[in-house]
Design a protein around this ligand. Structure first.
Ligand code: UT7
Length: 335
């Protein structure tokens, strides 16, 4: 029996979707005052995929989820529940998940969106794992999907260089091996940091005081970010929550096969890797190809590792995400 219940949980399949359009750093340098050198040094990003105006987060989610089902050898009707982590839904009601379930032919599976920004995928894993291990559900899809470039002000060089569009999905499935699955999880938030990263809409109730609104520049519907503040909180809290998770699990860092972290910025990831004294292969970074894709970034890393044959039965994997809210989370798994 594992920590969350009586049954085991396994990753049955993974899929990703990337829109065909690619924007390089040089392309961006044609639009704002920046350079390939600056973006590469400050973020590690070389290019990002960009959805056209007709492509929604649901479209990318559908492609990723169908790919994950195919990878798992499952039918849409095998799913009991679909959780979609996104901060770029078309509407708040209905959820992206509800229409996604209909479109892939998974009705009457349950459907729910969750908003935890770049921590959304890890929050999703943490919600899904005990629902399966306690016997309530057999299979749950967790999807992270974002079309962030549709919510970025391409005149604002502080934000437009960072983000990309993508979706990633994984299918979680019950197993008879109670040792497999989520061994331990942590979720955290601190809303006092809200103004460091937010996406205001026309009806957002923003503080009157300009200091309270911080970076708000009147551009409703575009992402507002105080990168330096997010950077500080991200490094500190990611390190804290990883160390806390390892301590609670009674593990040393070198017992974990892979630390799969939200791809926020290569500098953030390198700082964490060095503080934990990990070799580069234990904390994979693929932000150079995709940019920061928020809730989609973790399944993109999972997909890379799976394609490279780097997941082995019995491996310990530690997922970590942090983002707007601010929210952060870890999820420790045994494959
Ligand atoms: O996924 C979770 C959400 N987001 C994050 O995790 C983001 C975390 N933060 C970051 O990734 C970084 O803060 C950024 C990449 C956004 C910015 O990098 P930075 O090293 O923190 O730059 P900065 O904001 O401290 O700006 C340094 C300088 C400034 O010039 P001055 O004031 O020193 O003259 C900026 O105006 O760089 C300037 N700058 C740029 N220069 C060229 C800001 N953006 C750019 C740019 N190109 N794109």
């Amino acid at each position: 029996m594992n920590a969350t219940g009586s049954r085991g949980v396994r990753f049955a399949g993974t899929g990703v979707a990337l829109p065909p359009g690619v924007l390089t750093n040089d392309d961006l340098a044609q639009r704002v005052e920046t350079s390939d050198d600056w973006i590469t040094q400050r973020t590690g990003i070389k290019q990002r995929h960009v959805a056209d105006e007709h492509t929604t987060a649901r479209d990318l989610a559908r492609e990723a989820l169908l790919a994950a089902l195919e990878d798992a050898g499952l039918k849409p009707t095998d799913l009991d529940l679909v959780l979609v982590a996104t901060i770029t839904p078309e509407m708040t009601c209905p959820s992206t998940a509800a229409r996604l379930v209909d479109e892939i032919g998974a009705t009457p599976a349950g459907a729910m969106d969750l908003t935890a920004a770049c921590a959304g995928f890890v929050y999703g894993l943490n919600l899904a794992a005990p629902l399966i291990s306690t016997g309530q559900y057999q299979r749950i899809a967790v999807v992270g999907t974002e079309v962030l470039t549709q919510s970025v002000d391409f005149a604002d060089r502080r934000t437009c260089i960072l983000f990309g569009d993508a979706a990633g999905a994984t299918i979680l499935e019950a197993t008879d091996d109670p040792d497999q699955g989520c061994l331990l999880q942590t979720v955290r938030s601190d809303g006092a940091h809200w103004k460091h990263l937010y996406l205001p809409t026309a009806d957002s109730h923003l503080p009157e005081d300009p200091h309270e609104r911080d970076l708000f520049n009147g551009s409703l519907g575009t992402l507002q970010m105080n990168g330096r503040e997010v950077f500080k909180v991200a490094v500190q809290q990611t390190e804290n929550i990883i160390l806390e998770t390892l301590e609670r699990a009674g593990l040393a860092a070198d017992q974990v096969a892979s630390f799969i972290c939200h791809q926020s910025n290569a500098r953030i990831l390198e700082l964490i890797r060095k503080r934990l004294e990990l070799p580069p292969e234990k904390l994979p970074i693929n932000i150079d190809r995709f940019g920061n894709t928020s809730a989609a970034s973790i399944p993109l890393v999972m997909h890379d590792l799976q394609q490279a044959g780097q997941f082995n039965p019995g491996d310990l994997i530690l997922f970590t995400g942090i983002g707007g809210g601010m929210c952060w989370a870890t999820s420790l798994w045994k494959l």
